[in-house]
Write a protein that binds this ligand. Structure first.
Ligand code: IDP
Ligand code: MG
Length: 154
């Protein structure tokens, strides 16, 4: 099992799509292991988007991420990092495939509804960035017996 970080961005919160996007992850069969609303600081954004600090759009990106609280989610399942990343779709909503979250709810390169960790290594770092250990719950999901085949859920 892997746990990955999802942020429901202000573009999701402001458009009142929180329930709709959470529902997609639940319907897919993923387990919500942690969830909370938070207002992001400059400090956490500089860390989270460290690979983008030199880009001209970085100040605008920070402003868009601070326009309202976000909802941080820790989401678990077998190969959850790749499963969630694929559900999110490519960065630019105009190019994202229909059926993906970005492809169904956005037409922007920036206001693209969700963040999703891009690798197993980064997922661990990002979950720890947004959640204290006691805020992520490794509880047994009764549904997993019907969501995964025998021996598949490790
Ligand atoms: P990702 O969110 O698909 O992993 P990254 O390249 O890590 O994409 O970029 C992080 C976020 O920065 C994007 O989700 C988007 O909100 C914003 N972003 C990326 N590229 C651009 C751009 O060219 N213009 C404006 N915003 C951008
Ligand atoms: Mg990224």
């Amino acid at each position: 099992m892997e746990t990955t970080l999802v942020l429901l961005k202000p573009s999701c919160v402001q458009r009142q799509l929180i329930g709709e996007i959470v529902n997609r992850f639940e319907r897919r069969g993923l387990r919500i292991s942690g969830m909370k609303m938070m207002q992001l600081s400059d400090e956490i954004l500089r860390e989270h988007y460290a690979h983008l600090v030199d880009k001209p759009f970085f100040p605008g990106l920070c402003a868009s991420m601070q326009a309202s609280p976000v909802v941080a989610m820790a989401i678990s399942g077998v190969e959850a990092v790749q499963v969630v990343r694929t559900m999110a779709g490519v960065t630019n909503g105009r190019q994202a495939a229909p059926g993906t979250i970005r492809g169904d709810y956005s037409v922007s390169n920036q206001q693209n509804i969700v963040h999703a960790s891009d690798s197993v290594e980064n997922a661990a770092i990002e979950v720890a960035r947004f959640f204290r250990p006691e805020e992520v719950f490794d509880y047994e999901s009764g549904a997993f017996a019907y969501i995964y085949g025998a021996g598949e859920c490790k």
